[in-house]
Design a protein around this ligand. Structure first.
Ligand code: S3P
Length: 167
């Protein structure tokens, strides 16, 4: 089975995914990490040197490879993965995959993202907390259309990592 975690940047996909994989004894993979390996560059450099459209194409290709080749895995997606191209449909069509949306409220996302904005190319240009808040509120609303199509919607509100993993 493939347990696939989706959610906005800062929703805890990586930390929850790693901990869940360890708990159930399966391999952990992070889509961004796999894209970085393929490209030999980190994600901000891919955005800077080749642009977002190029990144989205690679993201789709690497996702397709993982779905085809890895049968027992916990996979954390990037925050935009289900919102582009055929990615969401590919996951839905994969019989072995369970897609889980880690739903984190706006204020918690903003708290986390304001501390780590610079490593995230989609929001690194936003100068003030107010600009970040305006952007994330709208972006999260737009992306929720895709996130909400997940098989399982798991609210992370008020939960520790351990509680999310157990849930
Ligand atoms: C993105 C989220 C990032 C990464 C890329 C684009 C997005 O992943 O894939 O910077 O569009 O939300 P995380 O959600 O793991 O930060």
């Amino acid at each position: 089975m493939k347990i696939i975690l989706s959610g906005y940047m800062g929703s805890g996909k990586t930390v929850v995914g790693k901990s869940l994989a360890e708990k159930i004894g399966v391999k952990y993979m992070d889509l961004d990490e796999e894209i970085s390996k393929w490209e030999g560059k980190n994600i901000p450099d891919i955005f800077k040197e080749s642009g977002e459209i190029y990144f989205r194409r690679k993201e789709g290709e690497v996702l397709q490879e993982i779905l085809k080749n890895d049968n027992s895995v916990v996979l954390s997606l990037g925050g935009g993965t289900p919102c582009y191209g055929k990615n969401l449909q590919l996951i839905k069509d994969d019989e072995d995959s369970v897609l889980i949306y880690l739903k984190t409220d706006l204020q918690e996302l903003l708290r986390r993202l304001s501390e780590e904005k610079d490593q995230r190319p989609v929001i690194s240009h936003l100068g003030s907390f107010e600009a970040l808040e305006d952007f994330v509120r709208k972006h999260l609303y737009e992306r929720s259309f895709y996130y909400n199509q997940s098989e399982i919607i798991l609210s992370t509100e008020g939960k520790s990592v351990e509680e999310v993993v157990n849930a």
